[in-house]
Write a protein that binds this ligand. Structure first.
Ligand SMILES: [Zn+2]
Ligand SMILES: [Zn+2]
Length: 448
């Protein structure tokens, strides 16, 4: 359903204030169904809607924000390109790729650029109640900047609990839950799966655990893909939600853009399983893994309006600002007795210089000494000492475990200090290589 409304100064992205509405008309696609002046009451539930477009005094509204969507960063699973996802988002939407955040920068920037609200999320793989890495799905959405950082932590640490997929553990969820909204995911989620297996007790136990961790930011997800198990599971999910007083939320597990992309998706699923399309293969049961419009979702969930309203509530809750363009180097811990990274860096360089040149004419050669001081002053001025220490550290480590390291590639070979530190293995002065190609204060760009 689309509603067009004539109003006094409504703002896109804000909830509809019925008192401000002059006239409204109800449309089904392009057909005008009804027109009224002024708006009679909230009987239609119009106050639940969200304004999404504003051409002077006309506002279109939707009743759904899409919170569970896979792009082609859900490797060998989704085929939806991020730009297509953004283009077809009505007002707000989440990116929830399987077990990773690979697409979020592209997604965040594109959504912001399109004036839409990006929600950063992930469909994590979760360990089961016995602590086995059994690949249960769980949707995690960043609610605020703290949640965004925690989501990054969860994503990174999940790779330390890797069994076929990166997993989040219960411990990790307890540690990094702040600022994160959690929903129970598809039939692959721990709770739906437990219900499908007839293990009601585990479903309730898991729900109580997640409720304890996420509190009011925990939601029971309801999907309707026409899968047989959904008929069995959904009523139990609704019962659990009611019994434990957990809000429900409507989602659709989109993996491709249009309905007709189902075949292309099936071809890719065959590639994943090393099968051809003509061989018997496991098809995705059910339908509707395309990106749904608000209208489609309203029809699909007309009997559960609160599940739609909660999508907007969640979208309202989420507000993350990602600063782009900054370089965030890891914190490099320096050993005692050095007080600053610069002090330690100077020490490593000096020791390295002596090691390379002690007892040779270069050790006293003004060309070398001046070049040494010059590079040191540039690095100090540009604040790159931590960068050097980090590179030095991983190069050293690689050498210590017999990983091949070249003598230095690209412009880095032009640095005498990199040579002193053992990052590179050739003397730039001997080979007449320029330091400025590597670093120069006129153009601050990070070396690779
Ligand atoms: Zn899933
Ligand atoms: Zn999914």
């Amino acid at each position: 359903m689309k509603v067009k409304i004539k109003t006094k100064g409504l703002e896109p992205g804000k909830r509809l204030d019925l008192k401000k509405v002059d006239t409204w008309s109800l449309w089904d696609g392009n057909t005008l169904l009804e027109e009224k002046v002024p708006i009679p009451d909230a009987g239609l539930g119009l106050d639940h809607y969200k304004c999404i477009a504003n051409d002077e005094d006309t506002v279109s509204v939707v009743r759904f924000a899409d919170l569970h969507r896979h792009s082609d960063n859900s490797l060998r699973d989704g085929i939806l390109k991020v730009p297509d996802m953004v283009k077809h988002t009505e007002y707000a939407g989440a990116l929830t790729d399987h077990g990773n955040l690979y697409g979020f920068v592209e997604y965040y920037n594109a959504m912001k650029g399109a004036g839409k609200k990006p929600i950063i999320g992930m469909e994590a793989y979760q360990e089961n109640l016995r602590g086995e890495l059994s690949g249960n799905h769980l949707i995690l959405l960043a609610k605020n900047d703290v949640g965004y950082k925690n989501l990054i932590k969860l994503s990174s640490e999940s790779f330390e609990h890797f069994y076929r997929k990166p997993h989040v553990t219960w411990e990790m969820l307890k540690q990094y839950h702040e600022g994160i909204i959690c929903t129970t995911a598809c039939l692959g989620g721990l709770i739906p799966k437990s219900f499908a297996n007839g293990d009601r007790e585990s479903a309730y136990y898991a729900a109580k655990q997640l409720l304890k961790i996420f509190g009011e930011d925990f939601y029971i997800e309801i999907q309707r893909h026409g899968i047989k198990d959904e008929e069995l599971v959904n009523p139990q999910l609704l019962g659990l939600a009611q019994e434990l007083n957990i809000p429900i939320v409507a989602t659709t597990d989109s993996h491709y853009l249009r309905k007709e992309d189902a075949y292309a998706h099936e071809v890719m699923m065959c590639l994943k399983q090393d099968l051809t399309i003509d061989m018997p293969h496991r098809r995705y049961e059910g339908t509707g893994y395309h990106l749904h419009s608000s209208e489609e979702m309203e029809k699909l969930f007309s009997d559960l309006p609160e599940a739609l309203d909660n999508t907007l509530r969640i979208a309202d809750k989420c507000d993350v600002t990602v600063k782009m363009g900054d370089v965030n180097l890891p914190n490099y811990e320096i050993p005692a007795p050095f007080a600053t990274p610069l002090e330690y860096f100077k020490h490593i360089c000096k020791t390295g210089f002596d090691k390379r040149f002690q007892g040779r004419p270069e050790h006293e050669d003004p060309v070398y000494l001046e070049r040494y001081d010059y590079e040191m002053s540039v690095i100090e001025k540009m604040g790159f000492e931590t960068y050097f220490l980090i590179v030095w550290d991983f190069i050293n480590y690689a050498r210590s475990v017999s990983v091949y390291i070249g003598p230095g590639r690209g412009s880095a070979a032009g640095s005498l200090l990199a040579f002193c530190m053992g990052i590179t293995d050739m003397d730039p002065i001997r080979f007449n290589l320029l330091f400025e190609r590597f670093l120069n204060p006129e153009r601050v760009s990070w070396p690779d």
